[in-house]
Design a protein. Structure first.
Length: 227
């Protein structure tokens, strides 16, 4: 609400979908309150509010993506005191976060952190990118667009400017890797290069669909979503 302007075109997504209840209600509220045009098209939007996903379509320099962050402090799980976490950031002391990843390697043979993988910004500051899946983390690196991160309950706001180096926290011999969907495709559009959601059928079977509903709709309309 603080950055929306009269010429903006607003898109709101939740878990990648435009049609879920939270997305529809928020889009309706913001559209009526600010009096701006709303859309479900990623390409048409200038301002995108999202919860836990970054669109599959590469974002442009004239777009702003706003992400919700329930827990903005990436060190909170290893240090409960705010004063201490600030000191750790100032000293670039991320050893305890690395130990957490090392324990995952020891127990599981790889880094198993799921949504909200901590990232290093410009090789210096540890950041929580919100609970986005690992699939979306590479989209933050050297992107064209401005990313804003808002944690309303903690009254904290931070940003990643365009053309900023953003890399996941990892080890050289145990590198970060995204989720994979080998051998699977979207039932609706046939995509094999997008983040997929698993859907359970009443008969007990399972199938996959694109998490990004606009991307899926574009592909079904003529394949323009594939990039």
């Amino acid at each position: 609400m603080s950055i929306i302007g009269p010429d903006d075109v607003l898109k709101v997504i939740d878990q990648g979908g435009d049609g879920v209840v939270n997305a529809c209600n928020t889009r309706r509220l913001l559209g009526k309150t600010a009096g701006v045009e709303t859309t479900t098209s990623t390409a048409a939007a200038t301002l995108i509010q999202t919860r836990y996903r970054i669109p599959e379509r590469p974002l442009r320099a004239d777009q702003i993506l706003v992400l919700q962050v329930p827990m903005p402090e990436p060190l909170r799980l290893v240090e409960p005191l705010e004063k201490r976490t600030r000191q750790m950031h100032a000293e670039q002391d991320y050893s305890r976060a690395l130990v957490t990843l090392y324990e995952q390697v020891v127990q599981h043979g790889e880094i198993t952190v799921g949504a909200g993988c901590p990232v290093l910004v410009n090789d210096r500051y540890l950041m929580n990118p919100s609970p986005i899946p690992r699939w979306d983390v590479p989209k933050l690196n050297m992107a064209e667009t401005l990313f804003l991160f808002g944690a309303g309950r903690e009254k904290r706001l931070y940003a990643v400017p365009p053309h900023t180096r953003v890399e996941p926290l990892q080890f050289e011999d145990y590198p970060f890797r995204t989720e994979h969907f080998n051998g699977k495709q979207c039932r609706l559009c046939g995509s094999t290069s997008s983040y997929l959601d698993e859907v359970a059928e009443e008969e007990g079977g399972r199938y996959y669909v694109c998490s990004d509903s606009d991307y899926c709709a574009e592909r079904r309309a003529g394949g323009r979503g594939e990039r």
